[in-house]
Design a binder for this molecule. Structure first.
Ligand code: GTP
Ligand code: MG
Length: 464
C-alpha cells in the first residue's frame, strides 16, 4: 500500500477572499504530464510561465492565467509541482480546484486535497528544508511584527540550523573518539587524554550555552511573555493596562471592584510581544460574579511569566490597606519571587510616606495617570523576561527548540560527570553523548517522532 505521503495533493495556496491573483497548487511524486495536457491543453516548459486558458472537462475555459510547471526535484516540495495562477476570486479558484480534483479522479492519480502544511511537510520529507526551517516558514507567514518577520526569514535561511549543525558536528567528533576508545579498552585513558576529550566536551558546552541563549531570545520574540496585573481593588491595575497599551481597553472608575473579568491585550516592547492581563482586584468578594473574577485572577497569576503586584502609594501605611496587602503577599508566597515586580502606583498623588514606612528595595514607583515611570517599567519587564538582544541578527525560534537544547545540555553535563569520575565510565559517557546527539537532532528533525511532525505541520495554513 502507498503511504499518504505518496498521494498527489492539491490546494488553493493563496489566502481566502478576493485578490488580484489566486494560486492553485498541485504536488505529485508521479509525473504530471497527462494532467498538464488536459488542464492547460498543451505541454509546459519547465519553470517557464505560460499564459493560457485553464480548461474545464467540456473544453470551455474556466479562466485565463499563468501556468508554471516545476518538474521534480527542482520545486518547493521536491516533487512535480504545477502552479495555476488565476484571477483571485473565491469562486474561480474553487472551480479550478474542483477541476483539478475531477481530473485527478479521471486520470486515476489518487489526487486528494492537501492538509494544512502538507506542501512544506513534503519539502521537509524530501530534504528541501530541515524541521527548524520548515517551522520558520510558518513563523514568517504568522509574523506580526517586523522584527519577527526578519528573524523568521533568517531562520528560514538556516541561521538556527547552521548553529545547531556546528554543535552537532563537534558532538559527532567527540562521539567517534569515545566510541573508538571503547573498542580499544587497554589504551582508553591515554587515548582520550591525547585527543583532549575533556577539553572538547568543555568547549562544546560553552558553545551550546551561546546557542541556547540566542535561541531563548528567538523564542521570546516569537512567543512573548505573559504578564499579569494583580493587586487590591482600586490600586490602578486597569489604568496601568490602558497606559501600557495606549488605549482605553479596560473600564476605570473610582469604585473598588470595577474589573470583574480578565481583560487581555498584547503589546510590544522592542518587538517582544507582551501578553498583558488586567484582573479583578484581589479581595474577599461579596457577590458571586466578583468571586469568580477573583478566582480567575489567581489562575492568571499562577500561569504568568511575570506578575506586576500593584500597590497604591496614597494608601501605604493605612492599617486596613496594609492588612489586605499582607494577605495577598502571603498568598503570593507560592510564586517564585523572581517572577514578581513590586509596583507602587499613583506617584503623582502621593505625598511623603507616613513615618516608619519604607518601600521594598526593588519597588518601582510610577503613575498610570501621568505616565511617569512607565519607561522604567517597560525596561524592567524586558529584563525580567530575559531579553537582552537587539532583534538584529536574531533568528526566530520556538520553545520546542529551547527545550531540546536544554536536554542536550543536561546530557552533556552528565557526560562530563562520568568522564571525570575515577576511573571514567566510558560506556556511560558514550551513552550520554548519544542521548545529547538525539536531543539536538530533534531541532532539525533528523531525530523526531512522527507525532511531533504531525503537531508541527498541522499548525500551518492549507496550501503551504
Ligand atoms: N492620581 C492617580 N489616580 C490613579 C492612578 N491610577 C489609577 N488612578 C485612579 O484610581 C482609581 C482606580 O483605578 P482602576 O484602574 O480602576 O483600578 P483597578 O486596580 O483596576 O481597580 P479594580 O478594577 O476595582 O480592581 C480610578 O479612580 C483611577 O482614576 C494614578 O496613577 N494616579
Ligand atoms: Mg480594574
Amino acid at each position: 500500500m502507498l503511504s499518504r505521503h505518496q498521494d498527489p495533493i492539491a490546494a488553493i495556496a493563496t489566502a481566502p477572499g478576493r485578490g488580484a491573483v489566486g494560486i492553485v497548487r498541485v504536488s505529485s511524486p508521479q509525473d504530471l504530464t497527462p494532467f498538464v495536457q488536459a488542464i492547460c491543453g498543451r505541454d509546459l516548459k519547465p519553470r517557464e510561465a505560460t499564459y493560457l486558458p485553464f480548461k474545464a472537462a467540456s473544453g470551455e475555459a474556466i479562466d485565463q492565467g499563468l501556468a508554471l510547471l516545476f518538474p521534480a526535484p527542482h520545486s518547493y516540495t521536491g516533487e512535480h509541482v504545477l502552479e495555476l495562477q488565476a484571477h483571485g476570486g473565491p469562486v474561480v479558484l474553487q472551480l479550478l480546484l474542483a477541476r483539478c480534483m475531477e481530473l485527478g479522479a479521471a486520470l486515476n492519480l489518487r489526487l486528494r486535497l492537501a492538509e494544512p502544511g502538507e506542501f512544506t511537510q513534503r519539502a521537509f520529507l524530501n530534504g528541501k528544508l530541515d524541521l527548524a526551517q520548515a517551522e520558520a516558514v510558518s513563523d514568517l507567514i504568522d509574523a506580526s511584527t517586523e522584527a519577527a518577520a526578519r528573524s523568521a526569514s533568517r531562520a528560514l535561511a538556516g541561521a538556527l540550523s547552521s548553529e545547531v549543525g556546528e554543535l552537532r558536528d563537534a558532538l559527532i567528533k567527540l562521539r567517534m573518539l569515545v566510541e573508538a576508545t571503547l573498542d580499544f579498552p587497554e589504551e582508553e585513558i591515554d587515548f582520550l587524554q591525547q585527543a583532549d576529550a575533556l577539553g572538547r566536551l568543555a568547549r562544546l558546552q560553552a558553545r551550546l550555552e551561546a546557542v541556547l541563549d540566542r535561541t531563548r531570545q528567538g523564542a521570546l520574540l516569537r512567543e512573548g511573555i505573559k504578564v499579569v496585573l494583580a493587586g487590591q481593588p482600586n490600586v490602578g491595575k486597569s489604568s496601568l493596562l490602558n497606559a501600557l497599551a495606549g488605549a482605553e481597553l479596560a473600564i476605570v472608575t473610582a469604585i473598588p471592584g470595577t474589573t470583574r473579568d480578565k481583560v487581555s491585550q498584547t503589546i510590544q516592547i522592542e518587538g517582544v510581544p507582551l501578553h498583558i492581563s488586567d484582573t479583578a482586584g484581589l479581595r474577599e468578594a461579596t457577590d458571586e460574579v466578583e468571586r469568580i473574577g477573583v478566582a480567575r485572577s489567581w489562575d492568571a497569576i499562577a500561569d504568568a511569566d511575570v506578575v506586576l503586584f500593584l500597590h497604591d502609594l496614597t494608601r501605604v501605611g493605612q492599617a486596613d490597606y496594609e492588612a489586605e496587602d499582607a494577605e495577598i503577599r502571603a498568598r503570593l508566597s507560592d510564586v517564585d519571587p523572581a517572577r514578581i515586580l513590586q509596583i507602587f502606583n499613583k506617584a503623582d498623588a502621593s505625598q511623603q510616606l507616613p513615618e516608619g514606612q519604607v518601600l521594598p528595595a526593588d519597588a518601582l514607583k510610577l503613575s498610570a495617570k501621568t505616565g511617569a515611570g512607565l519607561q522604567t517599567l517597560r525596561q524592567a519587564l524586558l529584563q525580567h523576561a530575559g531579553w537582552h538582544a537587539t532583534p538584529e541578527g536574531l533568528f526566530i525560534a520556538r520553545e520546542r527548540h529551547v527545550q531540546a537544547l536544554k536536554r542536550t545540555r543536561e546530557h552533556l553535563a552528565l557526560a562530563l560527570a562520568v568522564a571525570t569520575q575515577e576511573p571514567p565510565a566510558l560506556d556511560l559517557l558514550a551513552e550520554e553523548l548519544r542521548l545529547s546527539h538525539d536531543a539536538l537532532g530533534e531541532i532539525t528533525g533528523s531525530f523526531s517522532a512522527d507525532d511531533l511532525l504531525g503537531e508541527i505541520f498541522s499548525k500551518f495554513c492549507i496550501g503551504k
